[in-house]
Design a protein around this ligand. Structure first.
Ligand code: SF4
Ligand code: FES
Length: 305
């Protein structure tokens, strides 16, 4: 799924769109489809439409969201059969003039709490199981750091893509293995295991490789790659799982020797001034050096006065 498609910004949705929403009442256990007609506008997202429905037509509609900018990962839902972020999906992308209908359901492979709201407890339990943080032998230096961990740009590139995960769960909702085997760690947890295994600052790779070395770990993946197809951040969990599997086999054969980076003194701030480009020259009479000086502290009493 492309991160940003400039063509989408110019699309106009059909004037009126029918939203068919899967509702679920946990008290009675009843589940049903409910329809709402929404007047749309250019740029309206599915989340905007759902909030309009909640405000004007069905106050009981339950969903989760926060940032509205594809960052927090909390508005994942199934839109016209595909797991998507509701805040990142424009109505114009999923409703056409000849089919002005948007079907919205909770994420597949997750327990439903109510309507479109799903339970992520198991998802985060699996995420925690792969220890998604830097493990160092010198815990004292890690907790009371005096130096920096060394990391070269080319080393950072090895795991940068996988560190973009926002834990939205779309990959898990799209995974056919997860649908039939809930013990499977799943694409999100496995891609995060890979992210830390290849990080040269991490010393916990052996314990992490032990955790993923099973049929519920990397060997459970059948490489359907639907996880990568729906990921809103282009993390490519399917690729990460294949790399993790190959790394694990090398490790088992004694061919993988991880190089761990040490700690180094903090980098000195560059002292020399970078010359301004000609188009950014200051206006006549502006003293750049003076502007960059730290302003003198003003006593609070003066500020109040
Ligand atoms: S890998 Fe992609 S789809 Fe899966 S949780 Fe992370 S951001 Fe979401
Ligand atoms: S509301 Fe945060 S990702 Fe959609």
């Amino acid at each position: 799924m492309a991160l940003f498609d400039p063509k989408v910004a110019t699309l106009a949705p059909p004037k009126r769109v029918r939203f068919v929403i899967r509702k679920y009442d946990p008290e009675s256990g009843r589940s049903w489809w409910q329809e709402h007609e929404v007047e749309t506008y250019r740029g309206m997202t599915v989340l905007d439409a759902l909030l309009k429905i909640k405000e004007e037509q069905d106050h009981s509609l339950t969903l989760r969201y926060s940032c509205r900018m594809a960052v927090c990962g909390s508005c994942g839902m199934t839109i016209n059969g595909t797991p998507r972020l509701a805040c990142q999906t424009q109505v114009a992308q999923v409703a056409r003039e000849d089919a002005p209908v948007v079907r919205v359901e909770p994420l597949y492979n997750f327990k439903v709490v109510k309507d479109l709201l799903t339970d992520f407890t198991e998802f985060f339990e699996k995420h925690r199981r792969v220890k998604p943080y830097l493990i160092r032998r010198d815990v004292d230096e890690q907790e009371n750091p005096t130096l920096e961990y060394k990391l070269l740009p080319e080393e950072y590139e090895q795991f940068y893509q996988y560190s973009l995960c926002i834990a939205c769960g779309l990959c898990v909702a799209a995974c056919p293995i997860f649908a039939s085997d809930t013990k499977f760690l799943g694409p999100q947890a496995l891609s995060q295991a890979y992210r830390f295994v290849v990080d040269p600052r991490d010393e916990g790779y052996v314990e992490r490789l032990e955790i993923v070395d099973s049929i519920d770990g990397v060997f459970g993946c059948h490489f359907a790659a639907s996880c990568s197809a729906v990921c809103p951040k282009e993390v490519d969990p399917a690729g990460a799982i294949q790399r993790l599997r190959s790394l694990l086999l090398k490790y088992r054969l004694g061919l993988y020797k991880k190089r761990i980076n040490g700690v180094v003194p903090p980098m000195e701030a560059k002292k020399e001034r970078v010359p301004l480009p000609p188009e950014a020259q200051p206006l006549d009479g502006v003293d750049v050096e003076k502007l960059e000086e730290t302003p003198p502290e003003i006593p609070v009493e003066k500020l109040v006065a």
